[in-house]
Ligand binder design. Structure first.
Ligand code: IPM
Ligand code: MN
Length: 377
């Protein structure tokens, strides 16, 4: 436990990132009202737009802070035309760079549909008043696979042009993320909505790929240490349909990086869309939390986007800090925030455009702040 409080380094980044982060910081302020401050947030510039202005993805101070902070909050990165000389996205340092640099090996994406949230699976808004069927966590390996920079292009042009992206799956990378997922099943109070089973699903393509065969073998080897966890298996293509058809079957799922990237966005539809999708990038010493919707340039500066993914990312961050430091000063506000989010969503009073509503980003934050304060009285 750190008596002086935890340092949180905050990077709003690009587009709508600074807007949702601004509201997140207001919520964090309200959560600590009336008590000593168990955390301090410091904002730093960075991202693609910053790169266009300065020629750097972030400044040295912000970069150093990402290594020394107790936790990191990122809004979003990416801006049209902001590209590094090698063709990469400018701002990647703040997301992919932190994953690599701080070895944030587990990407943890909770997928829960809150009462009062609408989903649009068939293109229409649907009320789901009893969303008891969607409550899972997808754990994605976050440092290797097709994301390792083992790639290239033979610039011969014409018919002989060749590109290659090598898929790297290592023992260390697989073991640690699979172990993380088994531990998460153990720590999670509840099991799958369907039957309460403490189930962990291994999502892979082991009927074709060697790396996936290895990943599944590792899953079984480590799983033997967790006899109370039900081992479940799905080829990724079949998983895509089962996820949508029978989400209640899933409790925790674990996947390699690229497949995990795809299935987590698919899963976000079940929770009401990317406006509710938050991700934790977790390592042994460091962690970075983010709403995963991206910078949405079209909506930048309009005060329209859904800030709930940011609030959920903040909740995840407070829980991680609280667990890591066994500090109830963080668990308690995380619980309060979750209750305020759930109550606000259930009331339907904070629906932004993506939910078919008219609330602004600021309005939605105001409703959550009222819910926090309403409970305190
Ligand atoms: C995510 C994003 C990133 C990824 C992008 C922005 C590089 O889609 O966090 O899921 O592919 O991992
Ligand atoms: Mn993604």
């Amino acid at each position: 436990m750190k008596d002086a409080g935890y340092e949180v380094a905050v990077y709003g980044g690009d587009g709508t990132g600074p807007e949702v982060v601004r509201e997140g910081l207001r919520v964090l302020e309200v959560l600590r009202e009336g008590g000593p401050a168990p955390w301090h947030c410091t904002e730093y510039p960075g991202g693609g737009q910053y790169y266009l202005r300065t020629g750097r993805e972030w400044d040295p101070e912000g970069e150093a802070a990402s290594h020394s902070a107790d936790a990191i909050l990122v809004g979003a990165v990416g801006w049209p035309g902001a590209t590094l000389p090698n063709g990469d996205l400018a701002g990647r340092a703040l997301v992919l760079g932190l994953r690599e640099g701080l070895d944030l090996y587990a990407n943890v994406r909770p997928c829960k549909l809150y009462p009062g949230v609408r989903h649009r699976i068939s293109g229409e808004y649907r009320e789901v008043w009893s969303p008891k069927n969607v409550d899972m966590v997808i754990v994605r390996e976050n440092t290797e696979d097709l994301y390792t920079p083992t790639r290239g292009r033979l610039r011969r042009g014409g018919e002989t042009e060749v590109t290659i992206d090598a898929r790297i799956i290592t023992r260390k990378g697989s073991e640690r993320v699979i172990r993380y997922a088994f531990e998460l099943v153990r720590a999670r109070g509840r099991g799958a909505p369907e039957d309460g089973a403490k189930r962990l699903t291994c999502v892979d393509k082991s009927n074709v790929m060697e790396g996936c065969r290895f990943f599944r073998e590792t899953f079984d080897r480590i799983g033997a240490e967790y006899p109370e966890v039900e081992r479940d298996y799905a080829y990724v293509d079949a998983f895509a349909q089962w996820l949508v058809r029978n989400p209640e079957h899933y409790n925790v799922a674990v996947a390699t990086n690229m497949m995990g990237d795809i299935i987590t966005d698919l899963a976000a539809v079940l929770q009401g869309g990317m406006g509710f999708a938050a991700g934790g990038n977790i390592g042994t010493q460091h962690a970075m939390f983010e709403p995963v919707h991206g910078s949405a340039p079209k909506y930048a500066g309009k005060n329209q986007v859904n800030p709930f993914a940011t609030f959920l990312a903040i909740e995840q961050m407070l829980r991680w800090l609280g667990d890591r430091h066994s500090d109830p000063r963080l668990r308690e506000p995380a619980d309060r925030l979750e209750r305020a989010i759930a109550r606000t969503l259930a009331s339907g009073a904070a629906r932004t455009y993506d939910q078919g509503g008219t609330a602004s980003t600021r309005d939605a934050a105001d409703r959550v702040i009222e819910a926090i304060r309403g409970e305190a009285r």
